[in-house]
Design a binder for this molecule. Sequence first.
Ligand SMILES: [Fe+2]
Length: 168
Amino acid sequence: MTSQALGVSSKTFDTRTGISAKDREKIAGALGIVLADSYMLFIKTQGVHWNVTGPAFISVHELTEAQYENLYAAIDVIAERIRALGQKAPASYTRYGTLSSIDDSEDPETAGDMLKMLIAGHETAVVHMRAAIEWCEEKKDFVTADLLIGRMSWHEQAIWMLTALSDE
Ligand SMILES: [Fe+2]
């Protein structure tokens, strides 16, 4: 019985909650991009937290710590929403690199350039979320839309804080 249970594949499953299988797959695809963007931003934000230097060190170090912790928690919530839609959540750096258009090869030297890099990443994430929310509302997936509106609000606040800090 146990070995039989362990052999069950649970990659995708059907759920009858008023959104068609095709639409759930498409919504999960859009969420996969949001997940990949969030992972990329998580890595880059932690990189800035570690490597920033200069007079703004403590401000940037502390702000980026709060931001990467938020991103880390959000990644789990987004991936679990993909699962609740009956789809498999992407879980590899290679997939994230393909899904996200946030470039993780940049290696800025100054605090100002690091902040600009993070701001651009948040902006890309927000653009993808805005498109995904429109799609979710059209398909009446208000739960995913609500999740994404909350995330978009946080990213826009992050852009404000990073911009305010870069004006020092
Ligand atoms: Fe730290």
